[in-house]
Design a protein around this ligand. Structure first.
Ligand code: NAP
Ligand code: GFB
Length: 326
């Protein structure tokens, strides 16, 4: 029987990474395309998933047997702080339409994408899959976080009432090619790569927001893509799985900025704007469940992944998502 895999949000950072892996890994290999598979990478122009009718039309067009649901309103700390209701409402609408339409079309499996920012801000570390609902998330992104947490609730409800095979993945902060490099709305790595590039080009200071002290775990988009393909093929349980590098791989924002200065080859003035928010201090997540289920996984070293991302940005600057600067 033909397998049709619909990747919603297929044109973003994570979607493009899954397409890259499916296009480049040997056919039939653990992370490669299978002969009977058709992969569809959808974007918002094809169907605005906030609209139930457009969602239904998308499913009627492709009749997916499996869905990797990535589509979402996504942004960094500063965008999240500004648009908490929009992040909550848009993501609730998108998720409800995709899950209910998947149920209506008897889709065999759906993997939705959460984020480690869904976890409670004040909880015993490291974060693990059992702690999602044990306290409020950090105030800086409670809109997005609650919309994402609700997906875990929806998955359990669809499974209990209709026996649906709906599950979810919980990635940490992601970076790589095809990211959003908008100076204000992006996440820290693409934001700082763009700022550092402009500082070098214009001979202006490179300014990092906040104190540089917060800690984060970062996963390279190509590694995350392989983990989504593993979950699609080899994991059938409603309980979420954290998809992340190890909790001992936390790096400070200062260390990230230093690595970007080195990768871009910037030699000018470099400072921190401590008037800007730091957000959540840390959100260390354990990947013990993942590695236990997969039997281990080799992650791309951070500096190597960062170099590839900087090179991709420099080579694709004119077509990249850079916001309104150039
Ligand atoms: P992204 O680069 O911003 O891409 C978002 C994707 O969703 C794009 O393909 C976009 O289509 C699509 N989309 C947005 N609104 C839509 C709508 N109303 N209807 C249909 N499609 C819509 O995001 P990303 O970083 O790849 O994130 C993918 C998933 O990973 C999201 O669920 C996000 O919450 C999760 N995540 C991301 C991170 C991270 O650090 N980036 C960390 C943890 C979890 P267009 O191209 O047409 O706009
Ligand atoms: O990546 P980021 O925006 O997301 O910020 P979060 C991480 C840290 O980088 C914060 C600092 O401490 C920022 O103060 N930072 C320094 C910068 N310079 C910059 C810059 O130029 N741009 C940005 N964006 N940050 C998000 C959540 O939190 O994590 C989202 O708000 C989502 O909902 C995402 O979950 C994965 O890690 O703080």
């Amino acid at each position: 029987m033909a397998t049709v895999i619909l990747v919603t949000g297929g044109t973003g950072l994570v979607g493009k990474a899954i397409q890259h892996i499916i296009d480049t890994e040997p056919e039939g290999s653990r992370f490669g395309k299978r002969p009977n598979e058709t992969w569809i990478f959808a974007n918002s122009r094809e169907a605005d998933l906030r609209d139930p009718e457009e969602t239904k039309k998308l499913f009627e067009k492709y009749k997916p047997t499996h869905v990797i649901h990535l589509a979402a309103l996504v942004g960094g700390l500063f965008k999240n702080m500004k648009y908490k209701l929009t992040f909550l409402r848009d993501n609730i609408l998108i998720n409800d339409n995709v899950l209910h339409t998947s149920y209506k079309f008897n889709t065999q499996k759906v993997i939705s994408c959460l984020s480690t920012c869904v976890f409670p801000d004040k909880v015993e570390y490291p974060l693990d899959e059992n702690k999602i609902h044990s306290g409020p998330p950090h105030e800086s992104n409670f809109g997005y976080a609650h919309a994402k947490r609700m997906v875990d609730v929806q998955n359990h409800a669809y499974q209990e009432e209709f026996g649906c095979n709906f599950t979810s993945a919980i990635p940490t902060n992601v970076f790589g090619p095809h990211d959003n490099f908008d100076l204000e709305d992006s996440h820290v790595i693409p934001g700082l790569i763009h700022k550092c590039y402009l500082a070098k080009k214009n001979g202006t200071p490179f300014v990092v927001s906040g104190t540089g002290k917060p800690l984060r775990q970062f996963i390279y988009s190509h590694d995350l893509a392989k983990l989504f393909i593993w979950q699609l093929r080899e994991y059938d349980d409603v309980e979420p799985v954290i998809l992340s590098v190890g909790e001992n791989e936390e790096v400070s924002i200062k260390e990230v900025a230093d690595a970007i200065v080195k990768a871009v080859g910037f030699t000018g003035e470099y400072s921190f704007d401590t008037t800007r928010a730091d957000g959540q201090f840390r959100k260390p997540a354990s990947n013990a469940k993942l590695l236990g289920l997969m039997g281990g996984f080799t992650f791309t070293p951070f500096d190597k992944a960062l170099d590839s991302t900087v090179q991709w940005f420099l080579q694709n600057y004119n077509n990249a998502r850079t916001g309104k600067t150039n």
